[in-house]
Structure formats: structure tokens, C-alpha cells
Design a protein around this ligand. Structure first.
Ligand code: GLU
Length: 502
């Protein structure tokens, strides 16, 4: 049987990086086994539906290159891939369980249930709608067929509940989780979960199991928060006489402190993104913060999964090759924004410079700056090894295009000596007369001039840099000169001389 996995987010808002990681593990597993990665939108809870969330999920997966083989907007033979379009299938399947008496109608009103809950609480007990209580409550198990029919004819609202456990059944259910190993559950302690709500919509549990079966899902890889639901899901598969898929529950992504789950609000608290893309103005994403999708994918892959060994940088193909469910760790992965940045820095060193040129050209446009004669590819070559985030590009490259308007005061105070202006004048002349300002020729030219005139190079280089850049930062000075060209050099040096004339 070929591997089929699914990512099944609910469109309740932007996708958190925990969800992205779940999608990624599903994708890697599918690709490793030449299987299919399915995107299913679980939108049966209309009260939690958020406009735009489905598109956000699709855009985020597309940015990250975690492309589904089957999805609401793509191909696939087992659709529809949006649960709200699958109502018919839930109706026919709940009928199967009702007919086989594995599910039943429950007419208890919310008020009645609340009253029973408080009465139990007053006795120091917890009310559970289960096999012990089922016979005493208002449902099609306790009521006669006529009475049930009468309520239906009257239009009394009802839900459909699952007969999770019945007296005489085996209480021990052994479950296998690919990450946790064997989990044993006492099924007599479980409640009769609602499968269909009063509004006729299926609950998450019911729709999820029906869909995983109909979509021929072989492995359910999902967040650890669903581990407690595994018993119910397996019991549902058994009730239908369907073969259950394998399960792998992935540990949580933890806060940087290691204490508690990384929440959607932690982005604000800690000042780093927790969403792949910007959701609204207050919620920037990794993309806008300057991360490369392949670096985020690499970082997230290793946050809760280990291929063994020391290797840290993995291309997507290498991740696919190395991925296995056995490598998923049992304990949660602590989100470390510095490490995440380190990955990005590593990727930025190796990335095709043309991608950075495109970002730079966009920055120029956004800042209304003309690139004039300056070669953006050369600028990128000079700054590439100085970048941690794509958003650093403008900071590192700006001065190539825009002459300094002010100068780093501290640097000027330290570097400007009484003879500095004269020295810079001479350099300016030297550059103006140079036929060529390639870095290879300019360096020796200035060095030999300094030599001939008995001047230490140190007295020239720092002021020259300040004149060209505005501060002491930036790549090799001669490279800067050759990139901005003779006219710009002369202009900037003279401007600095004028500025520092006291
Ligand atoms: N709709 C569920 C969620 O958003 C899916 C859980 C599952 O994968 O079974 O987390």
C-alpha cells in the first residue's frame, strides 16, 4: 500500500510554526516513501472559522515549498478536500453507526446537562456521559423506539453520541504510537463523545476519522495535543470495522525558556516571529523578518527530529532522504531564535546571489533610490557574507547608493587628525586622476603614494572609509571605491573634507 499522509489544519487564523512543522514532517515522510501529501481543510466548526485563514495556509505552504499533492485548490481523486463540502459523507457514515447501534441519539438539553454537572459537583463527583449513565439519560438507548420517534417528530434537537464502551467489553485498549511506543487506555473511563452536533455538523473526531479512512490515509502525523484522542479514534475505526492508520504524535514546540508550549502570543513577548507569513500589521512572519524559506524548513525539521550525527545543514532533498518517524524526539523542542537566525545566516552565505540582487533592487525601489551606474550584483558579492537576515541587505548596501548625510561622530573624533583633510585631498586627487579604479589597482596606488610620502596607511584608511560610508563599517575600502566609481568617490571625499573643516 502506498503511503498517504495529510495535514489537516482548521482555518481559525494564521498557521503557527508548530503547524508548519507538522506539515513539514508529513511532507518529508510522504516524499521519502514516494507517497502523497494531502492538505485537508477542517472547517466544520463554523464558530471558529476565520476569513482568509485557508488562503494563508496555502500561501505559507507554498512559500516554504511544502507543496501538497492533493488539496482543495489542486488535484486529487478522494476530494472534496474541505470538510464543509463533505457533509453528505458524514451523514451516510453516521447512519452506519446508528444502524449498528454503535452510536445513538441524545436529546438531553444543554440546561439538563448543566444541572446534572452541578448536582454531581455538589456531591464531589464529576458527571461523565458514559456507559454507566447512558441508561438513565434522555437518549435512544434509554427511551423506547416510540418515544424516540415522538421526539424526532416533534423536532426535538439532538446530538449523536458514540457508544464508546459497553458493559462486558474488554476495558484495555493497547495503542501504538510511532513516537511514544505503546499506550494503554482503560476504555471504560472514556465518555460517550459527541459525533454529530445539534446543527447537524460532525465534530472534529468524527469527520477526522471518516475522512482519514475515505482519503486512504496510512499514517497520521500530528501534534501531541491529539494524543489523548487516539483511543477514541481507534475505537471509531473498530466500530466501522475499518483498518486504523498508524499514528505518530509529534512533541510540542516549547517557549525559549523550555517551559510550556510556544503560543501564538509569544511572538510579541519574545520579539521574534511565530508565523511563517505576515497575518496582519501586528503579526509579522518569518518571511517579512528576512528569513529564507529553506533555512526555516531546515531549522524546524531539526526542532523535534534528529537524523543522528553532527550534520546540521540539510537541503530539502537531504531532509527527505534522512527523515524517519523513529527520529522524532519524545520531548518538546525549545524554540531558540538565535539558532534559527544562525541557520538563516548559513543559508545566506550559500544562496544564489541573484536572489539577493532581486531583494536589493526591490529595497531600492521601496526607498525611492536610483541605482545609477552602480552594479547591484557587485554590491551583493561584497555584502553577502555580512548578512544574517534578508532585511540586513538594505542596511549593508544603502551607502553604495546614497552618499552619507552625516558621519559617525565618535569615529570622526577619533580618526580626524589635523592633517586628515589634507591627506584626503591628496587621495581624492589621486583617485580623480586614476585611469582605473579597480580595487586591485587602487590599493597599490594609494599604498605606494603613502609610502613615497612617508605616511602610515592607518592615517588614510579609516578617514577614507568614514568619508565614503559615514562610519567605520562596510567591506574592503578599495572595493567600495571601485564599486561606487571615481565621481562618487571624489564627491564623497570632498564632502567629508568640507564637513570636517573647522
Ligand atoms: N484540525 C485539527 C487541527 O487543526 C487536525 C488534527 C489532526 O491532524 O488530526 O489541529
Amino acid at each position: 500500500m502506498s503511503v498517504r499522509v495529510r495535514f489537516a489544519p482548521s482555518p481559525t487564523g494564521p498557521l503557527h510554526i508548530g503547524g508548519v512543522r507538522t506539515a513539514l514532517y508529513n511532507y518529508l515522510f510522504a516524499k521519502k516513501h514516494n507517497g502523497a501529501f494531502v492538505l485537508r481543510i477542517e472547517d466544520t466548526d463554523q464558530t471558529r472559522y476565520v476569513e482568509g485563514a485557508e488562503k494563508y495556509i496555502a500561501d505559507a505552504l507554498s512559500w516554504l515549498g511544502i507543496t501538497p499533492d492533493e488539496s482543495p485548490s489542486g488535484n486529487g481523486a478522494v476530494g472534496p478536500y474541505r470538510q464543509s463540502d463533505r457533509k453528505k459523507l458524514y451523514v451516510s457514515n453516521i447512519d452506519v453507526l446508528l444502524r449498528s447501534k454503535k452510536a445513538y441519539l441524545a436529546f438531553d438539553t444543554p440546561e439538563e446537562l448543566a444541572a446534572m454537572r452541578s448536582a454531581a459537583e455538589a456531591e464531589g463527583e464529576t458527571f461523565i456521559y458514559n456507559w454507566k449513565k447512558r441508561g438513565e439519560l434522555k437518549n435512544s438507548v434509554s427511551l423506547s423506539e416510540e418515544e424516540t420517534q415522538r421526539l424526532l417528530n416533534e423536532g426535538a434537537p439532538y446530538v449523536v453520541r458514540f457508544k464508546t464502551f459497553s458493559e462486558g467489553q474488554n476495558t484495555t485498549l493497547k495503542l501504538k504510537d510511532e513516537v511514544r511506543g505503546t499506550v494503554t487506555v482503560d476504555t471504560s473511563l472514556l465518555d460517550d463523545k459527541i459525533l454529530v452536533k445539534q446543527d447537524g455538523m460532525p465534530t472534529y473526531h468524527f469527520a477526522n476519522v471518516v475522512d482519514d479512512h475515505l482519503m486512504k490515509i496510512t499514517h497520521v502525523i500530528r501534534g501531541e495535543e491529539w494524543l489523548p484522542s487516539m483511543a477514541l479514534h481507534v475505537l471509531l475505526y473498530n466500530a466501522f470495522d475499518w483498518e486504523a492508520p498508524s499514528f505518530a504524535h509529534v512533541p510540542l514546540i516549547l517557549k525559549p525558556s523550555g517551559k510550556g508550549k510556544l503560543s501564538k502570543r509569544d511572538g510579541d513577548t519574545f520579539g521574534f516571529p511565530v508565523f511563517p507569513l505576515q497575518w496582519d500589521k501586528q503579526t509579522p512572519g518569518f518571511k517579512e523578518a528576512g528569513y529564507l524559506p529553506e533555512s526555516l524548513v531546515n531549522y524546524l525539521a531539526l526542532l523535534g527530529w534528529s537524523p543522528g550525527g553532527e550534520k546540521e545543514l540539510f537541503s530539502i532533498d537531504e531532509l527527505i532522504d534522512a527523515f524517519s518517524l523513529e527520529g522524532i524526539t519524545k520531548s518538546g523542542g525549545r524554540f531558540d531564535s538565535e539558532r534559527c537566525k544562525w541557520f538563516n545566516q548559513q543559508y545566506l552565505q550559500k544562496v544564489n546571489p541573484m536572489r539577493l540582487v532581486a531583494v536589493l533592487e526591490n529595497d531600492l525601489k521601496e526607498n525611492g533610490v536610483d541605482k545609477n551606474e552602480i552594479d547591484c550584483t557587485r554590491v551583493v558579492e561584497l555584502i553577502q557574507n555580512r548578512l544574517t537576515l534578508l532585511t540586513d541587505i538594505w542596511e549593508e548596501a544603502k551607502f553604495f547608493f546614497v552618499s552619507p548625510k552625516e558621519y559617525d561622530e565618535k569615529a570622526v573624533r577619533k580618526q580626524w587628525k589635523p592633517d586628515t583633510n589634507n591627506l584626503l585631498s591628496a587621495i581624492s586627487e589621486l583617485i580623480a586622476n586614476a585611469k582605473n579604479v579597480s580595487a586591485e589597482e587602487l590599493g597599490p596606488l594609494i599604498k605606494s603614494w603613502a609610502n613615497e610620502n612617508g605616511i602610515g596607511l592607518g592615517k588614510i584608511m579609516a578617514p577614507l572609509r568614514i568619508a565614503l560610508v559615514g562610519s567605520l563599517r562596510g567591506p574592503d575600502v578599495f572595493e567600495i571605491c571601485s564599486t561606487i566609481g571615481v565621481t562618487n568617490c571624489v564627491h564623497r571625499i570632498n564632502a567629508a573634507i568640507g564637513y570636517n573643516k573647522s
